[in-house]
Design a protein around this ligand. Structure first.
Ligand code: PEP
Length: 249
């Protein structure tokens, strides 16, 4: 079933006291839409964040995980470790992970498999760079990112996956894809799913847009028929802005 979701990616911002303070602020905000709300604090704060949001409708999710169950992977975190602190959803494939930590489609396919094996939900991110868009290659790039990391899966697996289209040129830059650019790409993504898995998987897929979403532009972007919500970076760090976006539905 397609859902409206607004997920806040806090990236490497907010230590534990700042995380607790921002959550307290978020809990004071009023939600007038029926969107699912998620926040992704830094890993060291996940346990406290999970406990602090227990009696709310905010889901605490992770920004990343390793594909292995355990072992000699210094500094890494497994799906079962995330689950042990209450986390059931993980963001995979964020463009910053791809760009700064060399995460390839092949590696992401392994992470996707590990998350699914552990019954976790995935927010799978992808998107083209500015040079791709300027050359008119955005659909080719996005199509291959989706196929390479996800098209080995059975149709049933897509019930546990949310897609997040995040054009790299719009992340943290203040530049947003126009509502039409977002809609065109989301339609293409749905069509790509339809071609491989059929109408049901394509229709049911929740597809988020990410890239400089703010209170001022959220309503217009979320108003597009194939945009089901947003993955929010900068604006997720301000409680009022985050809820203004959540309430833009
Ligand atoms: C993101 O990091 O996923 C993102 C969309 O960031 P921002 O909203 O700051 O562009």
């Amino acid at each position: 079933m397609r859902k409206n979701i607004v997920a806040g990616n806090w990236k490497m911002n907010n230590d534990l006291p700042a995380t607790e303070a921002l959550i307290l602020d978020l809990l004071k905000q009023e939600q007038t839409s029926n969107a699912e709300v998620m926040i992704a604090p830094t890993t060291v704060s996940l346990f406290q964040a999970f406990n602090a949001t227990k009696n709310s409708n905010i889901e605490v999710i992770a920004q990343n995980m390793h594909y292995a169950e355990s072992g000699a992977y210094t500094g890494e975190i497994s799906a079962s470790m995330l689950k042990s602190v209450g986390v059931k959803t993980v963001i995979l494939g964020h463009s910053e992970r791809r760009a700064y930590f060399n995460e390839t489609d092949e590696l992401l396919a392994k992470k996707v498999d590990a998350a699914l094996k552990n019954n976790m939900r995935i927010i799978f991110c992808f998107g083209e760079e500015l040079t791709d868009r300027k050359a008119g290659n955005q659909e080719k790039i996005v199509g291959s990112q989706i196929k390479n990391a996800l098209f080995h899966l059975e149709a049933a697996a897509f019930k546990h996956i949310v897609l997040a289209y995040e054009p790299v040129w719009a992340i943290g830059t203040g530049e947003t894809a126009s509502p039409k650019q977002a809609q065109d790409m989301h339609q293409f993504i749905r069509q790509t799913l339809n071609t491989k898995y059929g109408n049901q998987v394509a229709d049911d897929m929740t597809i988020l847009y990410g890239g400089s979403v703010k209170p001022a532009n959220a309503k217009e972007i979320f108003g597009k028929p194939d945009v089901d919500g947003g993955l929010i970076g900068g604006a997720a760090l301000k409680s009022q802005d985050f809820y203004a976006i959540i309430n833009a539905f």
